[in-house]
Write a protein that binds this ligand. Structure first.
Ligand code: HSE
Length: 405
């Protein structure tokens, strides 16, 4: 029997207990041992909860309990999760987590401390919710040279964009529903400003390169400036708008970013809707493979945490290897590549815009206020050249990059 503790009994933490209760036999078969929750750390009480008696308010009791071999950190945020994780690892307990903020900030150090203490630090649930993408990179794809990863990595923003696109729903209404469904972060600005996706692509980029990509160096934009008019304009060109985390090896380093992109409807990522995430991985021999599943939500995310618990228990006594180290990955200069751009301008400035971007195609659409607008798709050019031209234009309503790869 392996005893575990859960730190934080919120959406994901309560999901971990639920998955262990529901899938007891499957967990035993995977872990090669029984797994039971011995303690749950939370500031609150949970009267009536099947695990109410396991709740403690004192982390030290967990740390001092030699029976507890694995700690599931599902608190979120950097503090006190960082301190608790370090202490647990130093006390010889393995830790698995859904906390992408902590992994993105302190992952290399925590992986090293785990190794030094012959335990494991695993974070499958930190990227792609329930999609076993990290395990796939570390296992099945380990003998591939990974050249790029592109993913819809945030369920909340994908849910918002999908409902705005399909129903013309307002940003605020859909965000509120995403929060009610337990998809959004405690502070939803991390979702809508792209920081959550940024942490996830930084973790993927780190594993892909076997080093460390500091998420703070990743150029990041969210979806707050995307309107239903942009979504209708994209549709006119047979394209969808998705918030993508993207990284690609170039001869100048790793080109990595998070931003909304227009993608062709024939791209499989274009049909990934609602809270679903999908991650396309380019391997030098395999070509592109894509992984799809629920990117947020209690049970899906908890399922990934429990998969880590099972791997740790199965490998008790040794460290499960993780390809993240403190070596900084060299990053390519931002906006260096050539790409097309979508541009939306007031109808009265359509000709001027077309003249500025020779060879662009133009569609006329009705804006949200009923006024005529023009949507352009430019030819390929560098971002600095595109934004330079924009400065001389009037009537610009919005612009968005196109993913052409
Ligand atoms: N807020 C995150 C999302 C949760 O919406 O994807 C899962 O990481």
């Amino acid at each position: 029997m392996t005893s575990i503790a859960i730190l934080g009994y919120g959406t994901v933490g309560s999901g971990v207990a639920h998955v262990l209760d529901e899938n007891t036999g499957e967990v035993r078969a995977s872990a090669h041992d029984d797994v039971r929750v011995k303690a749950i750390l939370d500031l609150r009480e949970f009267p009536g909860d099947p695990h109410e008696k396991q709740v403690t308010h004192d982390f030290q009791t967990i740390l001092d309990d030699p029976e507890i071999r694995v700690v599931c950190e599902t608190m979120g945020g950097v503090n006190p999760a960082y301190e608790f994780t370090k202490k647990a690892l130093q006390a010889g307990k393995s830790v698995c987590t859904s906390n992408k903020e902590l992994v993105a900030k302190h992952g290399p150090e925590l992986v090293r401390i785990a190794r030094e203490n012959r335990v494991s630090y695993l974070f499958e649930a930190s990227v792609g919710g329930g999609i076993p993408i990290l395990r796939t990179l570390e296992g099945a794809l380990k003998s591939e040279r990974i050249t790029g990863i592109t993913g819809i990595l945030n369920g909340t923003t994908n849910y918002i964009l999908t409902r705005m696109d399909q129903e013309g729903a307002s940003f605020e209404d859909v965000l509120r529903q995403a929060q009610e469904l337990g998809y959004a972060e405690r502070d939803p600005s991390a979702d809508i400003e792209g920081h959550d996706a940024c942490r996830k692509i930084a973790i993927l980029g780190s594993l892909m390169m076997g080093g460390y990509v500091d998420s703070e160096s990743v150029p990041t934009e969210g979806i707050t400036r995307i309107s239903t008019a942009d979504l209708s304009g994209a549709r006119e060109f047979g394209m969808a708008i998705k918030l993508l985390g993207h990284c690609r090896c170039t001869d100048k380093g790793l080109d990595i970013s998070v931003a909304p992109y227009l993608i062709g409807r024939e791209n499989p990522l274009a049909s990934v809707n609602g809270v679903f995430n999908a991650i396309a991985v380019d391997g030098n021999m395999l070509g592109t493979s894509m992984y799809y599943g629920q990117g947020a939500g209690r049970d899906a995310t908890a399922s990934a945490v429990v998969a880590d618990v099972c791997e740790i228990v199965r490998n008790a006594g040794s460290t499960v290897p993780v390809s993240m180290s403190a070596d900084a990955v060299e990053l390519a200069p931002a906006g260096d590549g050539f790409r097309r751009y979508f541009l939306r301008v007031d109808g009265s400035h359509a000709q001027e815009a077309q003249a500025a971007f020779e060879g662009s195609t133009c569609k006329t659409v009705k804006g949200a206020d009923g006024a005529e607008e023009a949507c352009l798709l430019t030819g390929k050019l560098r971002e600095s050249a595109f934004t330079g031209q924009l400065e001389s234009l009037s009537g610009v309503r919005n612009w968005i990059r196109v993913l052409d790869e």
